[in-house]
Design a protein around this ligand. Sequence first.
Ligand SMILES: Nc1ncnc2c1ncn2[C@@H]1O[C@H](COP(=O)(O)OP(=O)(O)OP(=O)(O)O)[C@@H](O)[C@H]1O
Length: 549
Amino acid sequence: MRWRLAGGVVLACLAALSSFGLLVLSGWLLAGAAVAGLAGQSAARAFNIILPATGVRFFAMTRILGRYLERVVAHDGVLRLTGYWRTWVYARLAPLAPAGLIDLQGGDLLGRFVSDTDKAAAYYTDVALPFARALVCSVVFVGVYACFLPSAALVLAVGLVLSGVLVPLLFGGAINRCVCKNAQKQSHIRSDLAETLQNIGEYLILDAAQGRAEQWQAQQQAVDHGRWKLDALEGSARGLITIMAFGTALVVLMLAAQAYKAGYLSSAEIPMLVLGVLAAFDVIIPLPLARQAAAEARLSVTRLEQACAPHGVGQSVKPRSLPHAPYDLVVRNVSFAYPLTMTPVLENASLTIRQGEHVGLIGPSGAGKSSLINLLFGFYAPLGGSITFGGVDVHTLGAEDMADFVSVAAQDFHIFAGTLRDNLLLAAPSATDAKLAEVLEITQLTHFVASLPEGLQTWVGNDGLRLSGGQARRLAVAQALLRQTPWLILDEPTEGLDAPTEQALMAALMRHANNTTIVCMTHRAAVLPFMHRIVRVEDACFHPEGGAA
Ligand SMILES: Nc1ncnc2c1ncn2[C@@H]1O[C@H](COP(=O)(O)OP(=O)(O)OP(=O)(O)O)[C@@H](O)[C@H]1O
């Protein structure tokens, strides 16, 4: 990308230099023509208008062309940079989920992923490009002035440095503070908005929607106030630069007038140099905005780095070796607590599940049954002890490695916006229609799907809203079955089902997955007779029900 980005800078400089050349030459041409006209017919005839007029056209053309090409190249560069940042962030965020992202709200995370990556990429057009253009062009402007009048070149150099360096420095601190505060407010409002929209039904039921709207209004006003402050700062800096530009032009006018009197300059060169100053400041005026963009980009990059920083979980720490048969799970003296609460979930707990066993995990709500999935997939790291699967410490495996061996129908499963078929194929993209029909039969969904006019092509809406709780849960079980892994973990698979359907599902499941290891976390007594043995999770330990755990 480097050459492309450098090309954008070159084109931006070309456009700015053309603008400068156009104004300077036009000033000289108009003033020269006027002086020649006033000096009489012979002087007017002697005045060569062709060459400068050609120069004016040349600069007008290169300015238009330069600006157009600069936009094309620079925006192409930004799009590529945005793509680069998004890929970079995704590649680092994905392995951290869910433990590494626990302290980030979904809306905030989305905000970081979308708007912070945009701002980080826009650093090129909004910061690097204006500053590089200002630097390169200022040197050229001062060089050009030095050819005509060195004292004017010195004044121009001082004016450009003062307004291009000092003004951004002067306002920098206040801009940084304002940008930080605004970013925090915006991040809050975005997170709240995402959460409220996701759970709008609950807010309506709790009669809290109006209060929520009022909270937003207050938050939005605070954001608007912050934006107004930032605009005021930027406007003040821009105003100061404009005053400096006119001051510099005035001094240059005085110096040029003196030089004219002393015979060093022609009369036409006086307006040329004055107009040149105003044209030169065109590259400085965008700098306060660029300074603001720099603060925003720096903050965005910091926020992205914070979100992507490894938290010691969800990442392989040693060279991998994949699990091998027999795929036994050995949990040895494991202690575990969730980072946010630090309430012990497991304490010195041990459990062995051999390949092919069907184990029912029971116990009071909140005892820690589902937490076993989090530990197995390495979403969270145990505080002590070890967990091996197929002879390999699960801590050295990524969640994607485990997914090749273990399918989970989780309690908090998600049905994606799409058709029934889309959701099933998500688990096994190459599954045939016969395979889909087979898992629908096992999960007792065949009649339901057949009753739908569009069958598997039925759109299930966001979050599976068009399905009942029991239907959605069975769809999650069907997904897990489609993956055909040696292990199957079912968290409350029959929750919300009537007794005959529950029996039919479990019986079909056992027939189908006879050789598969099945771990069934459940509160339903009717499921337990289908299991080889039962383990109770209680008091932060695994207790066998009638045998060794
Ligand atoms: N992501 C999390 N962060 C913090 N604490 C959690 C998290 N998930 C679960 N917990 C807590 O860990 C404990 C064990 O939860 P877990 O979901 O494993 O229980 P469970 O036995 O599966 O419960 P249930 O039968 O109701 O599904 C609970 O006290 C719960 O509040």
